[in-house]
Each structure stands twice: as structure tokens, then as C-alpha cells.
Design a protein around this ligand. Structure first.
Ligand SMILES: [Zn+2]
Length: 183
């Protein structure tokens, strides 16, 4: 899945989660944390595998449940200690939705070997991989799964807009603080 599709799936999962718990709609900083959670596994594994060659495959360390589960639990615990439980929960939903997104193709096509990354290093990664962003761009118009990602993103943007674009103001504030540090 591409980054925008991961963000979309995360937002849809989070909206459903909040609905299920009767907690209204996504808002503010939790949406920013959700966005970070949806991207983090690829931001860790892809550069380490494709460009630094420290990892054997682009879905290993941060994509493995053996790492993801304690990491998500730790972030949630740290957030809860700061009375930011909603933010910690949003991060967790985003992170786990990323893993679900990467597992989706294997689940719908019954190719269980595709789910092996969830148990790395207990399960070996595939022997070969298309490496690099540019190489992956070549399959962008060939894969129906990529088109599904675009449809998912369009649905998410409509929903996010309907919700009043939560997280956008907070993100703007955070960027401004970085560009123009106070004091
Ligand atoms: Zn991934």
C-alpha cells in the first residue's frame, strides 16, 4: 500500500473505532498521532532495507508484531501518563491499521505466505523485493490494488472534510513552531 492509502485506511478504521465506542468523531492532536502511526512502519523499514541495507526486507522490524505490539503499548502508556490517552489510542489504531493494510492483499487472495512479515524474524522474509520508491512507481497504474488505494483515499478525504478537517490546524501550529521557534 502507498502512504496515502495507509493514511486513508487508518482514518477510516479510527472513525469506525470511535463510532463503536460512542466517542464522536476524530479531532485535533489524536488525528496527527493517527497520521504518524499510519506511516511509521514504512518510515523505519523502507529506508533501512532499501537504502542502508541494514534490514533484509522492507517489511521486517517495524512491521513485525513482535516489535509493533510492545512499541504501540509503550507509546500508549507514555501518552496515558501525560493524560493524552486519546492521542496514544489514535497512534495505536494508525500503526495497527498500517499492518492490516500491508496484510490485506495476502488476506483477500488467501496467500498466507504474504503475512509472514507479521512474525519476522521467526518467519523469513521473501528472497527478493522490488527496492526503492522509483521502482515501485512503475506498478502504480498496473495494480488494481493501487486503484483500490486511490478509491480509499478519495473516500477518506470526503469523510475528513465532512468532519471539519481535524488535525489540520494542529499540524499547521506544529510546523509554524518549528519554522519560527518562539523565544
Ligand atoms: Zn508497510
Amino acid at each position: 500500500m502507498w502512504p496515502w492509502a495507509h493514511a486513508a485506511l487508518g482514518y477510516l478504521c479510527y472513525t469506525l473505532y470511535l463510532r463503536g465506542r460512542g466517542r464522536g468523531q476524530p479531532s485535533g492532536w489524536p488525528v496527527v498521532a493517527l497520521g504518524v502511526g499510519t506511516q511509521l512502519p514504512d518510515l523505519v523499514d523502507k529506508p533501512l532495507a532499501w537504502y542502508l541495507h541494514v534490514l533484509p526486507y522492507g517489511r521486517t522490524l517495524a512491521h513485525s508484531l513482535l516489535v509493533a505490539a510492545p512499541l504501540v503499548a509503550l507509546v500508549w502508556w507514555l501518552a496515558a501518563r501525560r493524560n493524552q490517552r486519546a492521542t496514544g489510542t489514535a497512534f495505536a489504531v494508525g500503526y495497527l491499521a498500517h499492518l492490516l493494510g500491508d496484510a490485506l492483499y495476502g488476506l483477500v487472495t488467501f496467500q498466507w505466505a504474504d503475512l509472514g512479515f507479521l512474525l519476522w524474524p521467526l518467519v523469513d522474509p521473501p528472497e527478493s523485493e522490488v527496492e526503492g520508491v522509483i521502482a515501485h512507481l512503475s506498478d502504480i497504474l498496473e495494480s488494481p490494488f493501487v486503484l483500490f488505494g486511490f478509491a480509499l483515499t478519495a473516500a477518506m478525504l470526503l469523510l475528513w472534510n465532512h468532519h471539519g478537517r481535524p488535525g489540520l490546524a494542529e499540524l499547521g501550529t506544529a510546523v509554524r513552531r518549528r519554522v519560527v521557534p518562539s523565544g
